[in-house]
Design a protein around this ligand. Structure first.
Ligand code: 4AZ
Length: 235
């Protein structure tokens, strides 16, 4: 997170980090005790059964010792088939099914999904372990941060960041004061509206560049039906 403040994982108990062979890759959101919502591009082309991904819950800083009860192995990844890694990041969404439910995933640790259209200039919260203004390159012991951003009108999104790469109906843009933004490493994590998950951190023109960050839009018909269908069948 570029800008914003240090945050407590206790305030975002649904937020997990996704690791490949133990190495931090991305954020994710616990939506049921056995399912994590993340960005498709975090899967780096993998889809279906995987054996090298884990999900870590309740972590304040990436270097913290993790309790076994806070780690789960990913059983399979389901990447939305229309996601195109090489073209643009349209439909940047994936659900991870875990081999075993989290015991700690009582209701308090799950995030509610918001499939409603966001109100104009909605105030949103982004949260993650990604790069920060003061921390370049990446600090492997990065601690959780959060920041306030606001929804950018879709027309502005299309004409600013959209001039670098196409912005689709499955995306929305947000930015905060003084170029507050999500950063590499925050991908796959949460953007929240009134404590509900409205989107997934997806891409941008670097971060803190003054261009808005781009998020996967859960309220688009395609994203809503993918998530609802997957939860019903698999979670
Ligand atoms: C990334 O590379 C990334 N400014 C994530 C978010 C943003 C830019 C890049 C938004 O994961």
């Amino acid at each position: 997170i570029f800008g914003g403040d240090l945050a407590s994982i206790a305030d975002y108990p649904h937020l997990v980090n996704v690791r490949r062979r133990g190495q931090f890759k991305c954020g994710g959101s616990l939506i049921t005790p056995t399912c994590v919502l993340t960005a498709a591009h975090c899967m780096e082309g993998r889809n279906g059964f995987v054996n090298d991904l884990t999900v870590h819950a309740q972590q304040q800083c990436l270097g913290d010792l993790v309790l076994e009860e806070h780690v789960r192995t990913v059983w399979y990844a389901s990447v939305w088939p229309k996601f195109n890694l090489r073209c643009n990041y349209d439909s940047d969404i994936a659900v991870l099914k875990l081999t075993r439910p989290f015991d700690i995933a009582g209701k308090a640790s799950l995030v509610k999904l918001d499939f409603n259209e966001l109100p104009a200039s909605a105030n949103l919260t982004i949260v993650g372990w990604g790069l920060t203004k003061d921390n370049w390159p990446f600090n492997p012991n990065q601690c959780l941060k959060a920041a306030q951003v606001h929804l950018v009108p879709q027309q502005v999104c299309l004409t600013t960041i959209g001039s670098m790469s196409p912005v689709t109906e499955n995306m929305f843009c947000a930015i905060g004061k003084n170029a507050t933004d999500a950063c590499p490493g925050d991908s796959g994590g949460s953007i929240l509206f009134e404590n509900r998950l409205s989107g997934i951190v997806s891409w941008g023109n670097g971060c803190g560049s003054g261009y808005p960050g781009v998020y996967t839009r859960l309220s688009s018909p395609a994203m809503t039906s993918f998530v609802k269908y997957f939860i019903e069948r698999h979670c």
